[in-house]
Design a protein around this ligand. Structure first.
Ligand code: MEV
Length: 442
């Protein structure tokens, strides 16, 4: 069926939008209309707040919000809020947290907190001439021109850390950058950085136009291509680690501690050298990171982009975690570049985000970076532990059992039956269906 385009969709009321959609795309089916209404919040203030986060809202999209308790992080015991739809992520986190609880827990170190952004521009001039202009005139002007924008951030201890001129002409004709680094303290800082960069673009234009050293032809060649932060922040990075004596690495799968340590390390090595495996390995890490990123109102697309760019920084995509088993000590760690905020954005608006941050003891951005790296490391520990011992499906399918049963509208009694039935067995889709058929035909 060919659909008609719509004019002024954003101006329709919520009901108007729904009516149009259901009639145009869903043959007027009431069931779909009811789904939308069911997830609409009767609390009009809350709904209005939520609607204003985005545009053209017609309902809410719910995600499960779970808690992984018992995370000992730098000596502090935390319960992590996790917004995630994938069964077994919260369970894996909780299990890993408990495993490390009596072994000193997780330790973290903030390596650096520098954020980056660029003014990308084209100027048909000699690089050395531009560098001279930048060093002796432009840099000072850029800092002066952004003084108003940076005043509040400077009061909080942050601001512009440095600005460099980068010559990219070897890769693209006449292409240069103003590469600026920032400290945005407790905010993620995207708006602050972009505002500074847009001012850089304007000041650059004015200063080039007024510079006697440039010919008119050079001046006319200037094009400010774009001013934008980079989500790749390799120097906004935290390390999280766990370690213990190999003899203390009790594992309940039946293999010896030494064998477990060795198999675990080999699995990490495979992720270090093999991009196919590294992608899945890092995806598992981001299961843990993103769930807390979302629960704390941060931007998971940004954290994903940064983590994967970092994983490929040496020209070959590789593991974000590493493991050693030297001198009888098992050591497992992650270096995670991640830019997040605990003020600004949704942090003070979304009620559940407020709850998450309060639950975490109102962390600073650096503390949140640490918690996120720990969540990723714990998730990876849980995944690898299963993969090198029982296999992933045992735990995964156990958690997925209810999804399968719900697809078949199983009753509470049927669900209980299946929990007992699969107590000592790996759940399979096929077996659930055939057993359910037998049960219902009895
Ligand atoms: C599933 O979401 C994540 C895992 O595949 C991660 C991994 O293989 O390491 C279990």
């Amino acid at each position: 069926m060919n659909h008609k385009p719509v004019e002024g969709f954003s101006k329709l009321t919520k009901q108007g939008k729904i009516d149009w959609l259901v009639n145009e795309y869903l043959e007027g089916n009431e069931e779909y209309q009811n789904i939308l209404n069911q997830y609409w919040n009767e609390n009009t203030d809350l709904q209005k707040l939520h609607d204003e986060f985005s545009e053209n809202t017609i309902s809410n999209f719910y995600m499960p919000y779970g808690i992984a308790p018992n995370f000992l992080i730098n000596g502090k015991l935390l319960a992590l809020p996790m917004a995630v739809e994938e069964s077994s992520v919260v369970a894996a986190a909780s299990k890993a947290a408990k495993f490390w609880l009596d072994k000193g827990g997780f330790k973290t170190t903030i390596i650096n907190t520098e954020k980056l952004g660029h003014t990308h521009f084209i100027l048909k001039t000699e690089p050395h001439k531009l560098l001279h202009f930048f060093n002796f005139k432009l840099k000072k002007k850029l800092l002066e021109a952004t003084e108003d924008i940076t005043a509040n951030m400077r009061k909080r201890g942050g601001g512009i850390l440095d600005i460099k001129l980068i010559d990219k002409t070897a890769e693209l004709e006449h292409y240069f950058q103003l590469k600026a680094s920032f400290d945005t303290v407790d905010s993620m800082g995207a708006n602050f950085i972009n505002s500074c960069l847009e001012q850089f673009g304007k000041t650059l234009k004015e200063e080039v136009a007024n510079e006697a050293e440039f010919s008119q032809k050079e001046k006319d060649s200037l094009q400010i291509v774009m001013n934008i932060l980079s989500n790749y922040t390799p120097d906004c990075i935290v390390r999280a680690e766990v370690s213990c004596k190999i003899e203390d690495l009790k594992d309940d799968s039946g293999i010896s501690n030494e064998e477990f340590a060795w198999k675990f390390k080999r699995a990490v090595t495979i992720a270090e050298i093999e991009p196919y495996r590294a992608t899945t390995h890092n995806k598992g890490i981001m299961n843990g990171v993103d769930a807390v990123v979302i629960a704390t109102g941060n931007d998971f697309r940004a954290t994903e982009a940064c983590a994967h760019a970092y994983a490929a920084r040496n020209g070959k995509y590789s593991s974000l975690t590493h493991c050693t088993t030297d001198n009888g000590i098992f050591r497992f760690w992650i270096d995670l570049p991640i830019s997040v905020g605990v003020v600004g954005g949704l942090t003070n608006l979304h009620p559940l985000v407020k709850f998450s941050l309060a639950l975490l003891g109102k962390p600073s951005a650096q503390e949140l970076m640490s918690i996120l790296a720990v969540s990723g490391l714990a998730q990876n520990f849980g995944a690898l532990r299963s993969l090198v011992t029982t296999g992933i499906q045992k735990g995964h399918m156990k958690m997925h059992l209810f999804n399968i049963l719900n697809q078949f509208n199983a009753t509470e009694e049927e669900k209980q039956y299946f929990v007992t039935y699969f107590k000592d067995k790996t759940v399979s889709h096929h077996e659930v269906i055939s057993e359910l058929e037998k049960l219902r035909n009895k």
